[in-house]
Design a protein around this ligand. Sequence first.
Ligand SMILES: [Zn+2]
Length: 245
Amino acid sequence: MNQPTRNLNGTQFTIERISEEVMRRLADMQEDILLPESDEPVPVVKNGQLELETPIGVSVRHVHLCPEHVEILFGKGHDLSVYNELYQKGYYAAREQVMVVGRKRCIEKVRVLGPTRPYSQVELSQTDALVIGMRLPIATNGADPACQPITLVGPEGAVTLPGKGGGGAFIARRHIHLSDVTAEKLGVKSGDLLDLRIDGARPTTLHDILVRVKAGWFTEVHLDTDEGNAVGLRSGQSGTLIVPR
Ligand SMILES: [Zn+2]
């Protein structure tokens, strides 16, 4: 009588172990599928500080437009169309391009980035600004009162952005995009300033990388072309973000 019961128990035990193992592997697989952050770089502790390997995007001069200005520049009822998806989900380079009119010169074919925004703004490098004869402030967006007036010309019309906080031209402040989850992991918040170490042929540490946080964002530093060129970087390469502890 005892023998079959032991066998039965033994068999049950084995089936339980197998189903546990199957459930565990399924859970692992689901974690891989469900967690968008699983591909995100993981911070490591080094020299008493947190270091995070971070992808860097080098932003070429570009324009953001409000819906009203899209219609003035490209015609009534016109919508921006996608040319290229950007690294951050939901953001894209549009097919549409405009001419930016400076004091001394113009820059043709400046790419519009979508989606539309409440204010139009023009983000140039300092080199671009010098070429077209303008002095521009470093700012985070077109609502900054130091932004300068500037004119845009499209195939169907022209607009002049007023500057002074109502949309205008500026040089983009270097910044990092973080999800709320990654920001919490790093112990940083919107508005914090961090260092970014660039190794390579022109080793450099860039200070005051402004932290910007939004749920769903991928970790990515944005520099402009002047900054990228100065440190010998190209879009898609990476740097090391340094978080003091
Ligand atoms: Zn950015």
